[in-house]
Write a protein that binds this ligand. Structure first.
Ligand SMILES: Cc1cc2nc3c(=O)[nH]c(=O)nc-3n(C[C@H](O)[C@H](O)[C@H](O)COP(=O)(O)OP(=O)(O)OC[C@H]3O[C@@H](n4cnc5c(N)ncnc54)[C@H](O)[C@@H]3O)c2cc1C
Ligand code: FES
Ligand code: FES
Length: 1395
C-alpha cells in the first residue's frame, strides 16, 4: 500500500492519499477543510495574511517545536507528521477565544479583520518561542517576550487599515517589560480613570494551547523505527519524493520516469514566492530528507551549515555565544551575520527558507540575495555535488560559475572564523606594521538599504565588509592590512567582491584622499545593469556604505580640527564615536551601529498618546465600544466572499487582460499544457446572452464595456475570463494566454496627460461638478509684490492594496435568477449592471455583501465589472463560478488614484500673504470616466484650505489609454490639499521665510472661509481649525522643537531633521441612505443598512445608534439594548437603494436612517408601553416586545434618510505636525514623531474614529513616502505585487504617534453632532512629506558649502512618493565624494595633509 500523508490541523487528523505535489498548505486549508483563518493576501510570502503555526515533534526527546510559516508557500506534502494550528485552533467562538484574539479585539486592533488572523499567529509564534527560552519566569499573566520583540513579531505582517499602533499595543500587552499604562485606548480599562492592571486583561496562559495532538505523537512514536527510513515519507502517488541520501537522489533523477517529467527540487519552496510558477511541475523532490543537507557542524575553523538548514535556524546557531558575558571575536562576527539575516524576508518566510535555496537562486536566477553578500565578505565556501563529482568552491567561484543546472546539488556552506580568513592575509602585510602599531583589529560590518528597516523588502543594495586594520598608537593612523568588500542586490548579475578597491586599499594608511580615490574605483565597479531602476542611487549607496565603514578610521575625518572648517560630527555619531576618537579594541569596533535604513535604534518602541473626550449625551452612542465581530475576525471565523464554501460543481475564473495600451485583438490562444484538460471554458464578449449587453459598469448614465470586443484600449483591460476546475489552474491558464495584437491603422496610444491635451482627449465635467472660482485673479496678481510663474507639481497614482483582493461567487438560481456574493462597496450598482449585462430584470439579481476586507474606494465601482464577469460565466455555464483575483491581476486591472500634472502661478506680498493663485490641473482619468467627474471639484475644494485671496483654475479631465482611475480614499482631496502645501512651501522658499509663518499668514479667517466655502462653511463656532492649529503648535511645542531640530542639524552632517505641520479642511456630502430595523419575538433586534462594513466600524456605530434610539423609550435609558442588536449583510433584494459606501459619511447616514426607523418603531411601541406601565408600574424591553407582538404591532420599520440639501454638505478640520530624520547617505526617512488633532464633532464611537484617523494617516504615509506606482511603456502597472509595491509596515510608522480626537460640541445639523473621520486624516500625512522636505533643505544647505547638489539649496521639489532614492538624490548622490574632495583641498591648502 502506498503511504499516505498524515498530519493534524487544529487537533484534527488528516490523511491524504493523493494530492498534486504543487498543492500548498493554504490551498488545502481553504478548499479541503472548514478552516478559513488563513487568508490569501498575496500568495508570495509578502503579506502575512496566511500565517499559520507548524509544529514538529521529536519522539526521541519528546519535544515539540513550533514556528510560523506562510501557508501560501508551504507545500502540503512537506508537512507529513506535522501539526498545523490556524487562528481557529488558537481560539474560536465555540471553545472560547484566545487571549491574543481578545486583546486584538479589545485594543481595537482589527478593522476589516483580513490581516488579523495572520497577525495573531505571528504573535503566538513569538510568544511561544520566548516562553520556551531559559529567561527568568515572568510575573503571572505575562510572557517572557520583551516589548521590542513583541512589536517585531508582527513587523512582517501587513495591515492596510489600522496604522499598526493598536496592533503594536495588543502585542506589547504580553511583554514582561511593558508598562501597561503606556498602552493605548482599550476596552479593558478606562484610561486615566481605572488602573492599567494585568488582571483586567484577558488572561494569558502559556500552556492553554496544545499545538501537537497526542494521537499524532503516539502514531509517530509507534513508527519510530521506520520513520528514519525516508522511503516512508515519499509519496509516489502524489509524485512527491524524499530521498534519504545523495545516492538515492541521483538514482531518482536518473530513473526513466523522471526523464520525461518536469521535476522540481525543493526545500522550503519559498522561492516560488519570488519566481512564480507558470506551469505545474510533474514531480517534486524534497531535499530535506537528506541528513547531510540538514546538519550543522561547529568547529575551530568555523560553522558548516547543510544547505537545507532554514535561515532562522542558522540565525539561532550564529547567535549562540552572543549572550555570554565575554564574547569571542568569532561570536561577535557570527552575531553580526545573524543580525543581518534577521532582516531577510520575515520570520514566517525565514522559518522555511533555506540557506542553500537562497544561494542557488542568487547563483542561478540572479536573485538580489542578502545571504550571498554577507557570506561572500566572510570568505565562505560551498560544497557542490554534481552528478559525477563533489566540489568545494569559494562562494565567489560558485557565484561566478555558469548557472547551476537542476542536477547540481548544493550540499553545504562553510562560514569560516575570522581568524582563519584573515590570519594569512595579515601575515602577508606584516611589513606595513611599524613598532608603534597596535595589534591588528578585525572589523566586520554589514549594511542594507531597503524600503523597510526590519525586513520584508529586498534591498536596493547590500554590502558586507571585513577588514584587518592596525592603528598606529602615536599617530592615530589606520593601516588596512586586509580587506574583503562584498556588494550585492544592486542590479549586477550576483554579489561581487570589489577587488580593485580592496587591492587599492590594502597596505595603505587611510586618509581622505585615499578614501576618495577608493570611492572613484568603486564607482567604476558597482555598475547596475541597464534596466535596473534607480541605478545611480544604487551606486551612490555603494560609496556611502564604504564611507560609513572606513570614514571613522580615516584620521582627518575623526579629528575635528578647527582649521579644517569641516564639521565631521555626523560621521562619528553614525558610528557611535561622537568624540571623534576611535578607541577600544576590535570587539568594540565590531559593535558599531550598522543599520542604515533606520537611523534610530531598531529596538525603539512605538509610543503613543491618545487624548479623547467622551460624551455620555447619547449613550451608548459615543462609547468606545469594540468593533462588532472583532473576535471572530481575529479567530478567522468571520466570513469574506472567498470563505463561503464553494457550492457543488463550482468553477473558478481568472481574467485574461490586455498588456497593450491600444491594439486590435486578433485572437486569444492557450497553450496545450498538462493543466489544459482542467480548463473548462473561455468567456469573452461573444458570450453575452441574447438581450444582454457587453457592459461591465452602468452608473451615472455612463456605461463601460465588460470585455474588449476587437479593440483593447488600455493595458489591464479585460479581454475575457478563463474558467477552470480550480482557482490556481484558472490563474495559470490566464497568465499563459497568448493574445495576438495588431496596431495596424491605429494612432499611437495616449499615455500621458500631455498627449491627451495634444489630441484633445477629454471627459466632460458636468456643470454641477464644476468648482467655483473665487475673487479676481488678475487683480490679485496686480497687488502682489512677488510672483512665481508656471511652477510644476506632478503626482503619481496609488493602488488601494486592500488586503482582500476583488472576489465574487456567482450562483445561478431557478427561473433565470442569479445570486452573487461580491466584495463590493456598491452592491446596488453591481445588481443593475449584472441585470443589464445578462438581459434580465433587476429583481432576478440578488447581490449580497456581508463584509469586505478593505475597500478604500477600490471596491466601489471597480468591483462591478468583476462581479459582472463572474455572473456572466455562471449564467452561461449554469454552474457556480468563483473569482478571487490574484494580487498581480488586481493591481494591473483595478487602477487607483488619479495621477495629475499641475502648473500654477502665484502672487504674494513680501510678508508671505498670497494675493492670487491660478492652477492648471491635468487629471489622468484613464480610459473610462468612472467616478472621475467628481475629481476636479474635490481637488479644488481641498485646495481651498488656504486663503489664496483670489483663485482661478483650468482643469481638464484627460481620457488616456491607461487603466481607469477611480475614487481612492480622499479622491482629489489628497492631491488638492498637497498642491496647496507645495505652493505654500514654494512661496516660503522664494521669500526665504519659515514655512510656518507663511502658513499662518494664509490660514482662513471665518470670513474668508465663508467666501471659499459658501455652502459648507457653517456657523462661526463650527470653524475649529484656528484653535486646532493653536493647540497643535503649542501642545506639540513647535517653536521649541524647531530650535532643537536646527541645533541637531548644526551638529550632524549625515543625518538631518525636519519638522512641519499641515492643516486640512475637508468637505463631505451626506448621501441618501436606507435603513431597516426589525424586532423579533425574543426582543432581539435585526438591522439592515445600505452601507457596507469595510472595516470602518459602520456596523458598530449603527448598533450603538439603534440601542440609543430604541432606548429612548425609557427616560433613564435603563434598557441596555446594545447586545440585542445585530446588523446583517447587505442584500439588494431586501433593502433597496443602498447606494455607494464612500465619501466618509456612510456610517453617519446609515445611523441616521436607523435612527429614523427606530423612531417609527418607538412611536408604535410607546402606546403599548404606556398601557403596560399603567397596569404594571414598569416594563422591561423583553416584556414590551412580547406584548407588542401579541397585539400585532408592526415590529419592522424602514426609512430612507435623505439629508437636507444645504446642511448635508459640511467641513471637517484637523492638523498634524511631523518630525522626521533623514539619513543623508542612504535617503532613508524615519518618522520620529507625529502629533495630530482631528475634530470629530461628538464622535459616535471614539475608538472607531481613532482607528480611522490613524489608519488613514498611515495610508497617507504610503502615498507620500513609500508607494512607488511604476508602469511600463504601455501603461501597464509593473510594481504589481508585494515585492515591488511597498505599503507601510509597522516599522515605518511614526515612532511616537500622539492623537487628539477633538470633541467640538454640539452641531445641530449633524447626526447626533458627529463628523466624518474616514478620509480627511489621510491628507495630514503630507506633514511627513513636508518635514522630509525641510530635512532635505537642511542637507542641501550643509552641502552647499561644498557644492550645489542640484540648483538652489532651498528651492527644489520633493517628489511624491519621497522614497529613499528620491530623498538621496536631492541630498546629492555624490555628496560623499564632494565632502572628501573638500577635506582633501582644505588639508592640502593648510599643509596638514602630509601623506
Ligand atoms: C517574501 C520573501 C522575501 C524575501 N526576502 C529576502 C531578502 O530580503 N533577502 C534575501 O536574501 N532573500 C530573501 N528572500 C529569499 C529567500 O531567502 C529564499 O526564497 C529562500 O532562502 C529559498 O530557500 P527555499 O528553501 O525556500 O528554496 P526553494 O524554494 O525550495 O528552492 C529555491 C530554488 O533552489 C533550488 N534548490 C533549493 N535547495 C537546493 C539545493 N540544496 N541544491 C540545489 N538546488 C536547490 C530549488 O530547486 C529551487 O529552484 C525572500 C523570499 C520571500 C518569499
Ligand atoms: S498570502 Fe501568504 S504571505 Fe501573503
Ligand atoms: S484590519 Fe488589517 S488589513 Fe484590515
Amino acid at each position: 500500500m502506498e503511504p499516505k500523508l498524515l498530519f493534524a490541523i487544529n487537533g484534527k487528523r488528516f490523511e491524504v492519499a493523493k494530492v498534486h505535489p504543487s498543492t500548498t498548505l493554504l490551498e488545502f486549508l481553504r478548499t479541503q477543510t472548514p478552516f478559513t483563518g488563513a487568508k490569501l493576501g498575496c500568495g508570495e510570502g509578502g503579506c502575512g495574511a496566511c500565517v499559520v503555526i507548524l509544529s514538529t515533534y521529536d519522539p526521541v526527546s519528546d519535544q515539540v517545536e513550533e514556528f510560523s510559516v506562510s501557508s501560501c508557500l508551504t507545500l502540503l506534502c512537506s508537512i507529513n507528521f506535522c501539526s498545523v494550528t490556524t487562528s481557529e485552533g488558537l481560539g474560536n467562538s465555540k471553545d472560547g477565544f484566545h487571549s491574543i484574539q481578545q486583546r486584538f479585539a479589545g485594543f481595537h486592533a482589527s478593522q476589516c479583520g483580513f490581516c488579523t488572523p495572520g497577525m495573531c499567529m505571528s504573535l503566538f509564534a513569538a510568544l511561544t518561542n520566548a516562553d520556551k527560552s531559559s529567561r527568568p519566569e515572568p510575573p503571572d499573566g505575562f510572557s517572557k517576550i520583551r516589548k521590542s520583540e513583541a512589536e517585531k513579531a508582527v513587523a512582517g505582517n501587513l495591515c492596510r487599515c489600522t496604522g499598526y499602533r493598536p496592533i503594536a499595543d495588543a502585542c506589547k500587552s504580553f511583554a514582561v517589560d511593558v508598562d501597561l499604562e503606556d498602552l493605548g485606548l482599550n476596552t479593558f480599562w478606562k484610561k486615566g480613570v481605572e488602573d492599567a492592571d494585568i488582571n483586567r486583561l484577558p488572561r494569558y496562559c502559556r500552556s492553554a494551547i496544545s499545538t501537537f495532538p497526542d494521537f499524532l505523537k503516539s502514531e509517530i512514536k509507534s513508527l519510530l523505527g521506520s520513520l528514519e527510513n525516508s522511503k516512508d515519507v515519499s509519496f509516489p502517488e502524489c509524485h512527491w519524493y524524499r530521498p534519504s541520501g545523495i545516492e538515492e537522489l541521483y538514482k531518482l533523477l536518473n530513473s526513466n520516469e523522471f526523464d520525461e517529467s518536469r521535476v522540481k527540487l525543493v526545500v522550503g519552496n519559498t522561492g516560488s514566492g519570488v519566481y512564480k510558477e507558470k506551469e505545474l511541475y510533474d514531480r517534486y523532490i524534497d531535499l530535506k530528507g537528506i541528513p547531510e543537507l540538514s546538519m550543522i557542524k561547529r568547529g575551530d575553523s568555523g560553522i558548516v551549515f547543510g544547505a537545507a538548514v532554514p535561515i532562522s535556524r542558522a540565525i539561532g546557531e550564529l547567535n549562540k555565544g552572543k549572550e555570554r558575558m565575554f564574547q569571542s571575536k568569532e561570536s561577535l562576527i557570527f552575531a553580526k551575520i545573524a543580525e543581518h539575516m534577521d532582516k531577510v524576508a520575515t520570520p514566517f518566510v525565514r522559518n522555511m527558507a533555506s540557506l542553500g535555496g537562497n544561494l542557488i537562486m542568487a547563483q542561478r536566477n540572479q536573485f538580489a540575495s542578502d545571504v550571498a553578500t554577507i557570506l561572500l565578505a566572510t570568505g565562505s565556501t560551498v560544497c557542490l555535488q554534481m552528478p559525477s563529482k563533489r566540489l568545494t568552491l569559494s562562494l565567489e567561484e560558485f557565484l561566478q560559475g555558469p548557472p547551476c543546472d537542476d542536477r547540481s546539488i548544493l550540499l553545504s556552506i562553510h562560514i569560516p572564523c575570522w581568524s582563519s580568513t584573515m590570519e594569512s592575509c595579515s601575515e602577508a602585510n606584516q611589513h606595513t606594521i611599524s613598532a608603534s602599531t597596535s595589534e591588528p583589529s578585525i572589523l566586520f560590518e554589514t549594511y542594507r538599504a531597503a524600503p523597510r528597516p526590519l525586513g520584508n523588502a529586498v534591498s536596493y543594495l547590500n554590502s558586507a565588509f571585513l577588514a584587518n586594520v592596525s592603528m598606529d598608537k602615536n599617530s592615530g593612523d589606520s593601516v588596512i592590512l586586509d580587506l574583503n568588500l562584498a556588494y550585492g542586490a544592486y542590479g549586477g548579475e550576483h554579489a561581487i567582491r570589489a577587488r580593485e578597491v580592496e587591492n587599492f586599499l590594502i597596505g595603505k594608511v587611510l586618509t581622505a584622499s585615499i578614501l576618495l580615490e577608493a570611492t572613484k574605483i568603486l564607482r567604476k565597479t558597482i555598475i547596475p545593469k541597464e534596466d535596473i531602476p534607480h541605478s545611480n542611487y544604487r551606486s551612490s549607496l555603494a560609496v556611502g556604505f564604504l564611507f560609513k565603514f572606513l570614514g571613522p578610521l580615516t584620521k582627518e575625518l575623526h579629528v575635528p580640527e578647527k582649521n579644517l572648517h569641516v564639521d565631521t560630527s555626523g560621521v562619528f555619531e553614525l558610528t557611535g564615536h561622537p568624540n571623534g576618537k576611535i578607541i577600544g579594541n576590535a570587539d568594540t569596533l565590531v559593535h558599531r551601529e550598522s543599520n542604515c535604513t533606520l537611523t534610530s535604534s531598531l529596538d525603539d518602541i512605538l509610543s503613543s498618546r491618545q487624548s479623547i473626550q467622551f460624551s455620555k449625551d447619547y449613550y451608548p452612542v459615543g462609547e468606545p465600544i469594540k468593533k462588532v465581530g472583532a473576535e471572530i475576525q481575529a479567530s478567522g471565523e468571520a466570513r469574506y466572499v472567498d470563505d463561503i464554501p464553494s457550492p457543488k460543481d463550482c468553477l473558478y475564473g481568472a481574467f485574461v487582460y490586455s498588456t497593450r495600451a491600444l491594439a486590435h485583438i486578433k485572437g486569444v490562444q492557450f497553450n496545450s499544457t498538462p493543466s489544459s484538460p482542467k480548463v473548462i471554458a473561455y468567456i469573452g464578449a461573444g458570450d453575452i446572452p441574447k438581450g444582454g449587453q457587453n457592459i461591465g459598469l452602468d452608473v451615472l448614465n455612463l456605461t463601460e464595456v465588460l470585455f474588449a470586443n476587437s479593440l483593447t484600449e488600455c493595458a489591464g483591460q479585460a479581454l475575457g475570463i478563463v474558467i477552470a476546475e480550480t482557482q490556481k489552474l484558472a490563474n495559470m491558464a490566464a497568465k499563459q494566454a497568448r493574445v495576438k495584437y495588431s496596431t495596424e491603422n491605429l494612432e499611437p496610444p495616449i499615455l500621458s496627460v500631455e498627449d491627451a491635451v495634444k489630441r484633445s482627449s477629454f471627459f466632460e465635467i458636468p456643470p454641477f461638478f464644476r468648482p467655483q472660482k473665487v475673487g479676481d485673479f488678475s487683480k490679485g496678481m496686480a497687488e502682489a509684490d512677488q510672483k512665481i510663474h508656471a511652477a510644476e507639481v506632478k503626482l503619481s497614482s496609488q493602488y488601494y492594496f486592500y488586503m482582500e483582493t476583488q472576489s465574487v461567487l456567482a450562483i445561478p438560481e431557478e427561473d433565470n435568477c442569479i445570486l452573487v456574493y461580491s466584495s463590493s462597496q456598491c452592491p446596488e450598482v453591481a445588481q443593475k449592471t449584472i441585470a443589464k449585462c445578462l438581459g434580465i430584470p433587476f429583481h432576478n439579481v440578488r447581490v449580497i455583501t456581508r463584509r469586505v476586507g478593505g475597500g478604500f474606494g477600490g471596491k466601489a465601482l471597480r468591483s462591478v465589472p468583476v462581479a459582472t464577469a463572474c455572473a456572466l460565466a455562471a449564467f452561461k455555464l449554469r454552474r457556480p463560478v468563483k473569482m478571487y483575483l490574484d494580487r498581480q491581476t488586481d493591481i494591473v486591472m483595478m487602477g487607483g488614484r488619479h495621477p495629475m500634472k499641475i502648473n500654477y502661478d502665484v502672487g504674494f506680498k513680501s510678508d508671505g500673504k498670497i494675493t492670487a493663485l491660478h492652477v492648471d490641473i491635468l487629471i489622468n482619468a484613464g480610459i473610462t470616466s468612472d467616478l472621475s467627474p467628481i475629481i476636479p471639484l474635490n481637488t479644488v475644494t481641498a485646495l481651498k484650505k488656504y486663503n489664496w485671496s483670489a483663485l482661478s483654475f483650468d482643469i481638464k479631465l484627460c481620457k488616456t489609454n491607461i487603466s481607469t482611475k477611480s475614487a481612492m480614499r480622499g479622491p482629489g482631496e489628497v492631491q488638492g490639499s498637497y498642491i496647496a502645501e507645495a505652493i505654500i512651501q514654494d512661496v516660503a522658499s522664494f521669500l526665504s521665510k519659515d514655512i510656518h509663518s507663511v502658513k499662518m499668514k494664509n490660514l482662513h479667517t471665518y470670513d474668508s472661509l465663508k467666501l471659499f466655502y459658501p455652502v459648507s462653511a457653517g456657523d462661526v463656532p463650527e470653524y475649529t481649525l484656528p484653535s486646532i492649529v493653536d493647540d497643535l503648535t503649542s501642545s506639540a511645542r513647535y517653536s521649541e522643537r524647531l530650535e532643537t531640530v536646527q541645533r541637531f542639524n548644526g551638529f550632524n552632517k549625515w543625518r538631518k531633521r525636519g519638522i512641519s505641520w499641515v492643516p486640512v479642511i475637508y468637505q463631505v456630502t451626506q448621501m441618501p441612505t436606507p435603513g431597516k430595523v426589525s424586532i423579533l419575538g425574543d426582543g432581539s433586534i435585526v438591522i439592515e443598512v445600505g452601507g457596507i462594513e469595510l472595516g470602518q466600524g459602520l456596523w458598530t456605530k449603527v448598533k450603538q445608534m439603534a440601542a440609543f434610539a430604541l432606548g429612548q423609550l425609557w427616560d433613564d435609558g435603563s434598557q441596555n439594548l446594545l447586545d440585542k442588536a445585530r446588523v446583517v449583510q447587505a442584500d439588494t433584494l431586501s433593502l433597496i437603494q443602498g447606494g455607494i459606501t464612500s465619501g466618509s459619511t456612510t456610517s453617519e447616514s446609515s445611523c441616521a436612517a436607523v435612527r429614523e426607523s427606530c423612531k417609527i418603531l418607538a412611536d408604535r411601541l410607546k402606546p403599548v408601553k404606556e398601557h403596560l406601565e399603567a397596569q404594571m408600574g414598569s416594563v422591561s424591553w423583553d416584556n414590551l416586545i412580547v406584548q407588542a407582538t401579541r397585539q400585532s404591532v408592526n415590529l419592522s420599520a424602514h426609512a430612507y434618510w435623505v439629508p437636507e440639501r444645504t446642511s448635508g454638505i459640511y467641513l471637517n478640520y484637523g492638523a498634524a505636525m511631523s518630525e522626521v530624520e533623514i539619513d543623508v547617505l542612504t535617503g532613508a526617512t524615519t518618522i520620529m514623531r507625529t502629533d495630530l488633532i482631528y475634530d470629530c464633532g461628538q464622535s459616535l464611537n471614539p475608538a472607531v474614529d481613532l482607528g480611522q484617523i490613524e489608519g488613514a494617516f498611515v495610508q497617507g504615509i504610503g502615498f507620500f513616502m513609500c508607494e512607488e506606482y511604476v508602469v511600463n511603456g504601455d501603461g501597464l502597472a509593473v510594481s504589481d505585487g508585494t515585492w515591488t509595491y511597498k505599503i507601510p509596515s509597522l516599522d515605518i510608522v511614526p515612532k511616537e504617534f500622539n492623537i487628539k480626537v477633538l470633541k467640538s460640541g454640539f452641531h445641530e445639523k449633524r447626526v447626533l453632532s458627529s463628523k466624518a473621520s474616514g478620509e480627511p486624516p489621510l491628507l495630514l500625512a503630507a506633514s511627513v512629506h513636508s518635514a522630509t522636505s525641510e530635512a532635505i533643505k537642511a542637507a542641501r544647505l550643509e552641502f552647499l558649502a561644498i557644492d550645489k547638489p542640484d540648483g538652489s539649496p532651498s528651492f527644489f521639489k520633493l517628489e511624491v512618493p519621497a522614497i529613499m532614492p528620491v530623498v538621496k538624490e536631492l541630498c546629492g548622490l555624490d555628496n560623499v565624494e564632494k565632502y572628501l574632495e573638500n577635506i582633501v583641498t582644505v588639508c592640502s591648502s593648510s599643509g596638514s595633509l602630509t601623506r
